[in-house]
Design a binder for this molecule. Structure first.
Ligand code: NI
Length: 182
């Protein structure tokens, strides 16, 4: 089922997600709905807060982003990211690499807004899958950026918090309108 995506201004986007201790049927349904909702909106990631649930659950799928490459490693072995999409990440924990990279970013909760954001180039991810099994991988490129953006959401952090102040000033009136529901 496609769920309604929460738009900037809704306080749920600022809520830190609760840890998931038990993977219930409701969480399975929510994860499937989030994948459907993300695909329907042509997004590369969606966090639970964006469908008004503040829990540590996010989905990511970079397989349709042809012109924005991703790299992925499992147990140190490089794998084809497409074979591992969509990703469902429960209680994700990130270890950020030291090198950073600036790249364009958007967010389904901020329609029509994109901005350059600095992120760690490489990230190490640890999470649980929908069966409660540990998942761990390393990523670069769009996948790295998407996982960092989505994990921020789970902690109530939005990409506007990571924009340069100049960018935020430029987008000021657009952001105000969004938050006012105009
Ligand atoms: Ni987002």
């Amino acid at each position: 089922m496609i769920r309604e995506i929460v738009i900037y201004g809704d306080p749920v986007l600022r809520k830190k997600g609760k840890q998931i201790d038990e993977i219930t049927e409701e969480i399975r349904t929510l994860a499937q709905d989030m994948i459907e909702t993300m695909h329907d909106a042509h997004g590369v990631g969606l966090a639970a807060q964006q469908v008004a649930e503040s829990i540590q659950l996010t989905v990511v799928d970079v397989s349709d982003a042809e012109n924005r490459p991703s790299r992925m490693w499992i147990d140190g072995q490089e794998v084809d990211p497409k074979e591992h999409m969509p990703l469902i990440l429960i209680n994700p924990e990130l270890e950020l690499g030291r090198e950073t990279e600036i790249g364009p970013e958007g967010c389904l909760s901020f329609p029509e807004i994109t901005a350059d954001i600095s992120r760690a180039e490489r990230v190490k991810v640890k999470a649980l899958d929908l069966d409660g099994n540990p998942v761990s991988f390393e990523a670069e490129g769009l996948l790295s950026r998407a996982v960092q953006h989505e994990t921020d959401h789970l902690n109530g952090i939005l990409f506007i918090d990571r924009m340069s102040s100049a960018t935020k000033v430029t987008l000021g009136s657009k952001l105000k309108k969004l938050a006012a529901g105009e």
